[in-house]
Design a protein around this ligand. Structure first.
Ligand code: F6R
Length: 613
């Protein structure tokens, strides 16, 4: 949801800001803009459309300043247009502001400012921010740097909602102020330069050292110096964190699209996520969680809470945790959990999954679980992300930066990590046979190789994509663990190919949805769990007899004449099977999107990191 980038240093800011915006474009891409501090005041260049349009704007070539802020937008208030694009300025053009998030009380603030003579050019919530800063700034006697800081602080205390904000001012040509609350923002630092961004990969090629701000902490930046303040404007110290991600991980490296690259990175992502935590010789090690046998025995319910694909990983996690640990697991959508007055207390363990670690609903659900007295564990792919700073404990997938909007390698890494967590709980609880534990570990260690083997389905999938890319509706079926993968396959197809699709528990079809099955419709089934395969095949036969075209993803020897296409993949144990069976479905969604000539990495209406509720 919107990307913001900033630079303060010794080089021309504009090219650095444009490069940052291109890298952040997956967060929003309906308009883009830039403001720099020039000799004659603040520049402002912005337009509707992608970053390319901004790059081609002749005014861009005139920007010489070494301090600047920039924004790529995912519209919330006001349609995509030049006026609604960021940066926004106050009426006196002293302040330029970019903002990611939503100001919930903007109408109230706008009314107050209008009563005080301020006028507005846009329909955005953001435009109140520079004007409110101006309002407070004018109230100060001395117009020094402290007055600037105080005006930004007073403005932020009035804002309800979420925000990551960068502010520059024509009156302070050597400074920038940044602040965040419930929206992501990182500060990359090197000797005489500071890079600000909504996320790490966009600025990873410049530095590996980052500051992370907590809610309502303010950073006053100069090129060689950063001073941090709390909301009382008392100076505070902040350490830097060194990020190990390889800068090339956020480049396409010869692949046509990030999504395809990320699909092919899955063997490495899984290997890195397993790391040295799994071995046949020793117990699974998550010592950072500090969970004792007494505590786990006291837990009467585990909640797994997440959104979208991360929630689908949670469903696979439920399957393995319940089977190995015999603790009931409920999986909930974060935006629903928050409003259902959930039964959560000190006997509930809540696990939150978020690739980005910045999903607003997941963070809000986590805060609620903490308030209810539950212990909380965050699973994220981003070190230092908001969710990891909120949770009692954090563990990480090591999938590397995921840039494509459609999640692939994060999902499979999350499923692996949840299996590892289940093993860790089971080993502490000492309720599972060692042979079963060792078998899961052995299979887990074989996954990277088996994923490589699964890629050999690529050509058949590509051919199948050519046959069905013009379809209007597609169904996905599965039972048990396979149903969780059907859900993920269906989501992938919807989001990047814009084909309507539904996923169903195979046995549920005859209770209503089978009415939708008509001649020629495509039904994709996952048949991995051998104990359920016969039952699912019976359900597939029911759709075949109503004229459906069928694709089956399986590790078993099926009667290939029964189905239109059989994708044979390597076998593994059911707990881990989503990691293999999802791959043909990821590739199918990808190739259908390509056949339709769509932008795979930036599907319409979506953004990578959903930082609004
Ligand atoms: C789908 C997808 C989304 C995310 C969801 C949660 O491909 O990417 O459904 O999974 O928005 O995002 P995170 O995991 O960052 O909380």
């Amino acid at each position: 949801m919107c990307g913001i980038v900033g630079y303060i240093g010794t080089k021309k800011a504009c090219p650095i800001l444009l490069a940052g915006l291109s890298r952040l474009e997956y967060r929003g891409y309906d308009s883009a803009g830039i403001s720099t501090i020039e000799k004659n005041g603040l520049s402002l260049v912005k337009d509707k459309g992608r970053v390319k349009i901004l790059e081609n704007n002749p005014a861009i070539n005139t920007l010489e300043g070494t301090i600047g802020i920039a924004h790529t937008r995912w519209a919330t208030h006001g349609k995509p247009s030049k006026e609604n694009s960021h940066p926004h300025q106050d009426n006196s053009k002293i302040f330029s502001v970019v903002h990611n998030g939503i100001i919930e009380n903007y109408q109230e603030l706008r009314n107050m400012l209008e009563k005080n003579g301020y006028t507005f050019l846009s329909q955005t919530d953001t435009e109140v921010i520079p004007n409110l800063i101006n309002y407070y700034y004018k109230k100060e006697q001395e117009h020094d740097i402290h007055a600037f800081l105080k005006a930004v602080r007073n403005c932020c205390l009035d804002l309800k909602g979420s925000f990551a904000i960068e502010v520059i001012s024509s009156e302070f040509p050597k400074n920038m102020i940044v602040v965040r609350k419930d929206s992501p923002l990182v500060i990359g630092t090197c000797e005489s330069e500071k890079y600000i961004s909504s996320d790490i990969p966009a600025i990873l090629s410049y530095t590996r050292d980052f500051y992370f701000l907590n809610d309502l902490e303010f950073a006053l930046l100069e090129n060689t110096n950063t001073t941090f303040f709390n909301s009382n404007l008392e100076e505070i110290n902040k350490p830097t964190s060194n990020i190990e991600w390889d800068a090339t991980a956020s480049e396409k490296n010869g692949y046509e699209d990030f999504m395809l690259k990320e699909i092919y990175e899955q063997p490495t992502a899984i290997r890195e996520t397993i790391g040295s935590k799994i071995s046949l010789e020793s117990k699974c090690d998550f010592e950072e969680l500090e969970l004792t046998k007494d505590y786990l025995e006291s837990v009467n319910k585990i909640y797994i809470i997440a959104c979208g694909t991360a929630m689908h990983a949670g469903l696979a996690g439920k399957n393995v945790i319940e089977k190995l640990c015999r603790i009931p697991v409920e999986v909930d959508i974060a935006s629903e959990f928050r409003y259902r007055n959930p039964i959560v207390n000190e006997k509930t363990l809540c696990i939150f999954i978020s690739q980005s670690g910045e999903t607003a609903d997941t963070i809000a659900a986590l805060k609620l679980a903490k308030l209810c007295g539950s212990r909380t564990i965050a699973i994220s792919n981003v070190i230092g992300s908001s969710i990891t700073r909120e949770a009692d404990y954090s563990i990480y997938t090591h999938a590397g930066p995921e840039i494509a909007v459609a999640s692939t390698k994060a999902y499979t890494s999350q499923v692996v990590l949840l299996n590892m967590l289940a093993l860790y709980f089971a080993e502490i609880l000492e309720i599972v046979d060692m042979d079963l534990i060792n078998n899961i570990k052995k299979e887990m260690l074989l996954l990277p190789k088996k994923i490589e083997e699964t890629f050999s389905c690529k050509n058949s999938i590509q051919e199948f994509a050519k046959k069905i890319y013009q379809e209007k509706d597609v169904f996905f079926l599965g039972r048990g663990i396979d149903e969780t993968v059907a859900k993920e396959g269906s989501l992938k197809l919807k989001e990047i190919s814009y084909i309507h699709s539904e996923s169903y528990a195979a046995g549920e079809l005859k209770h209503g949805p089978i009415a939708l099955i008509e001649n020629g419709i495509t039904v994709i089934s996952i048949l991995m769990d051998s104990s359920l395969i016969e039952k699912t095949i019976s359900n597939i036969q029911e759709v075949i007899s109503r004229g459906a075209k069928t694709l089956v993803v399986t590790s078993h020897d099926c009667n290939t004449t029964m189905f239109d296409e059989v994708i044979k993949i390597p076998d593994t144990i059911p707990y881990l099977s989503p990691i293999l069976s999802v791959i043909p479905l990821q590739l199918l969604a990808y190739y259908i999107s390509k056949e339709k000539g769509l932008d795979v990495d930036k599907p319409r209406n979506l953004a990578k990191s959903v930082t609004v509720e």
